[in-house]
Design a binder for this molecule. Structure first.
Ligand SMILES: Cc1cc2nc3c(=O)[nH]c(=O)nc-3n(C[C@H](O)[C@H](O)[C@H](O)COP(=O)(O)O)c2cc1C
Length: 199
């Protein structure tokens, strides 16, 4: 090996050692990852479709990992290990479905995360809803979900909704875009809260 090659190899080796010891050349530490739980109840698939779009939006924010589950599958650790929780419900008789209400009741009753524990405090929360009729409970459904989160001292963000009945069947492109944007915004705000609090 000639002198030039030897110097080049030594340069590459020292750069590798510096990177291993101190991280990126800018000196910036890797940002803390953010976990977003997207959970929903759905019988005929509308709310599930919105949930998938919300999850896609959150995943699009770099450094975010997303857990997508039905409310019946969520365990306490999913809630504890998340920085943000986004809950979706179909409108049933002008409000969240019984399954979603039971899910919230279980935070304290089953998971040991009752409001008095403060274990959900300052996590970010948001809601989404689908309803058959145009004006028949989507806003109330989202608000009652947010009220449940406020009881746990979470920081809440207004949600997204879709009309699925005969006047506007299924989930249209605008509703999907709104759901994606909700997921994205929640991931961004969760990152601000988490990374800001660690400074
Ligand atoms: C028991 C029951 C009650 C419902 N009540 C309402 C209602 O009050 N307002 C409304 O807009 N839609 C109502 N719907 C329609 C559902 O909210 C709508 O079809 C929703 O998109 C279903 O979601 P999913 O496909 O995720 O199950 C009701 C449906 C059921 C089964």
């Amino acid at each position: 090996m000639n002198r030039r090659e030897c110097l080049k190899r030594a340069g590459v080796l020292s750069a590798a050692v510096i990177l291993a010891l101190y991280g990126s050349p800018s000196g910036a530490a890797d940002p803390q990852p953010v976990t977003v739980l997207v959970t929903y109840h759905s019988v005929s698939g509308n709310t599930e479709k919105m949930a998938q779009a919300v999850a896609e939006g959150a995943k699009a924010v770099s450094g975010t990992s997303v857990v997508l589950k039905r409310v019946s599958e969520v365990i306490g650790d999913d809630l504890l290990s998340s920085d943000a929780v986004i809950v979706g419900s179909p409108v049933y008789v002008g409000n969240m479905s019984g399954e979603v209400k039971t899910f919230f009741d279980n935070w304290g009753r089953k998971f040991g995360l009752g409001t008095a524990t403060g274990k959900m405090r300052n996590k970010v929360g948001a809601a989404f809803a689908t309803g058959g009729s145009i004006s028949s409970g989507k806003e109330v459904t989202m608000l009652t979900i947010l009220v449940s989160m406020l009881s746990h001292q979470m920081i809440v963000i207004r949600g997204a909704s879709a009309t699925t009945g005969p006047d506007s069947p299924g989930i249209d492109a605008k509703e999907i875009a709104e759901a994606r944007d909700l997921g994205k915004r929640v991931a961004e705000v969760a990152a601000l809260v988490k990374r800001g609090s660690s400074k």
